[in-house]
Design a protein around this ligand. Structure first.
Ligand code: SDX
Length: 432
């Protein structure tokens, strides 16, 4: 990892200072500047972390120029095609795909933890029925930390493992309960005879009075959507989880912090915002008006579902999501879905527009995910909860990698202070 190569910094003619260069398995070399402050008294300034590697990681790799996404070295396209979400969850956590026995054992372990404590369900009644479900998720997931005092020593791998299992197993139940609560319908208990995605579909759309049979095409589509959202390197919400966890906070509180960050429309909230944008555009004839607004510096409007900090080519997940979208719409006889056709037309027009081409703005994972979730029957305001459900696997994996890293210490960035120079307080009686 650390090479013989050095980066040399010479400042104001002073003696040059050298820093080691680290080479990764894939991706950009990194200058190790951990000694910069001590050697030079200087900090680096990198607002938004455009050029900063915050950690070493073995979990996920993204090549923004190639439009490549690898989970533990495996291309997302192959995982989406050949594995289910729980296999991918096992891979992300353990570093290797499970064999048949390991897969069955893992799935059965997850099934044993799908129910939530009956007291936890009482938290929902404290919310207004029209509360945004992401507000409910932030509260309820954070509250989980009050229920598991039996496994709070995270230096113990067993405590970390059971916390991973509990969160991955319970997120579908918690998300479905947030939806049921918003409708006034009764909560559904998990049915452990069902696979992960079908169990979630039943808790979302079933009721205690009738047998619910999930459409296998829709369940498979949802399972693929979970896989596409499982992890994504050091994005804003994952970095939030890592930073919260670096203080030693418990994983339930850290995941709640990640959920809060994901809610933002620039991040995971974009899928909800994208569908609202498509509804607002309404018709292909109005696409030009919105493309014009997106290009207008004086207009804060951004084309939701377009652009990405890392992908400066296509987002491989967007391509897979568009395929899933087509399969779901075809299964439901919605090939002529108004929003899907509008989205494809918007994508075509945007990708031909010089502004989007030169700024390398391509559809991201959120562009089609709203359309396919809406077709499956998931309400718009629940889209980011689905994202959080899936990303819990990545958040927990990255959290564990952080606290088991021998170099781990509390994250404590510095700043470029541009406030008032040091000055004395003038007593009130003498202030003008
Ligand atoms: C996710 O990080 C991850 O990995 C996130 C994620 C994950 O899996 O965790 O991939 C999930 O968050 C996907 C992104 C979802 N967000 C959206 O779709 C919201 C719309 N997109 C933008 O807000 C924006 O593209 C970001 C936030 C996604 C990326 O922002 P950057 O990299 O900080 O880029 P930027 O805002 O500096 O934009 C660069 C230029 C700017 O113009 P200039 O100042 O250079 O003139 O491109 C413009 C921006 O104005 N631009 C857009 C645009 N996105 C960027 N213009 C119009 N529409 C857009 N969508």
């Amino acid at each position: 990892m650390t090479t013989e190569r050095k980066a040399t910094l010479s400042i104001d003619g002073q003696a040059p200072v050298e820093f080691p260069i680290m080479s990764p398995t894939h991706g950009n070399d990194c200058v190790d500047i951990r000694t910069l402050g001590g050697k030079t008294g200087l900090f680096t300034y990198d607002s938004g972390f455009l050029s900063t590697a915050s950690c070493k990681s073995k979990v996920t790799f993204i090549d923004g120029d190639k439009g490549e996404l690898l989970y533990r070295g495996y291309p997302i396209e192959q995982l989406a095609e050949n594995c289910n979400f729980l296999e991918v969850a096992y891979l992300l956590k353990n570093g290797e795909l499970p064999n048949a026995t390991e897969k069955t054992t893992f799935e059965n372990t997850i099934k044993k933890h799908t129910m939530v404590h009956e007291q936890l369900s009482k938290f929902y009644s404290g919310f207004r029925r029209d509360a945004h479900p992401m507000a409910v998720m932030t509260g309820v997931v954070g509250a989980l930390s009050a229920f598991y005092h039996d496994a709070m020593d995270f230096s113990d791998a067993d405590h970390r493992n059971v916390s991973f299992i509990r969160l991955v197993a319970k997120m579908p139940t918690i998300v479905a309960m947030a939806y049921k609560y918003s409708t006034g319908a009764p909560f559904m208990y998990p049915d452990n005879d069902l696979d992960y995605a079908s169990n979630f579909m039943r808790m979302m759309f079933g009721n205690p009075c009738e047998k619910y049979v999930a459409n296998p095409v829709l369940s498979r589509a949802l399972d693929v959507i979970f896989t596409l959202h499982a992890d994504h390197e050091q994005n804003a919400s994952t970095s939030t989880v890592r930073l919260a966890g670096s203080s030693g906070a418990n994983p339930f509180a850290c995941i709640a912090a990640g959920i809060a960050c994901l809610w933002g429309p620039a991040h995971g909230g974009a899928n909800e915002a994208c569908l609202q944008m498509l509804e607002e555009i309404g018709d292909v004839s109005r696409v030009g008006e919105y493309i014009k607004r997106a290009k207008d510096k004086n207009d804060s409007f951004k084309l939701m579902g377009f652009g990405h900090r890392v992908y400066k080519n296509f987002d491989p997940r967007a391509k897979l999501m568009r395929k899933v979208c087509g399969e779901v719409l075809s299964e439901l006889g919605l090939e002529n879905d108004r929003l899907f056709k509008l989205a494809m037309e918007l994508e075509k027009i945007a990708l031909e527009d010089p502004y989007f081409v030169e700024k390398k703005l391509y559809p991201n994972v959120d562009f089609y995910s709203g359309i396919v979730q809406k077709a499956i029957g998931i309400p718009t305001e629940m889209f980011t909860c689905i994202f959080a459900l899936a990303r819990t696997v990545g958040w927990m994996t990255q959290w564990e990698e952080m606290i088991t890293d021998p170099e781990y210490k509390i994250g404590r960035p510095r700043q470029l202070y541009i406030g008032a120079a040091k000055r004395d307080v003038v007593p009130l009686t003498k202030r003008a």
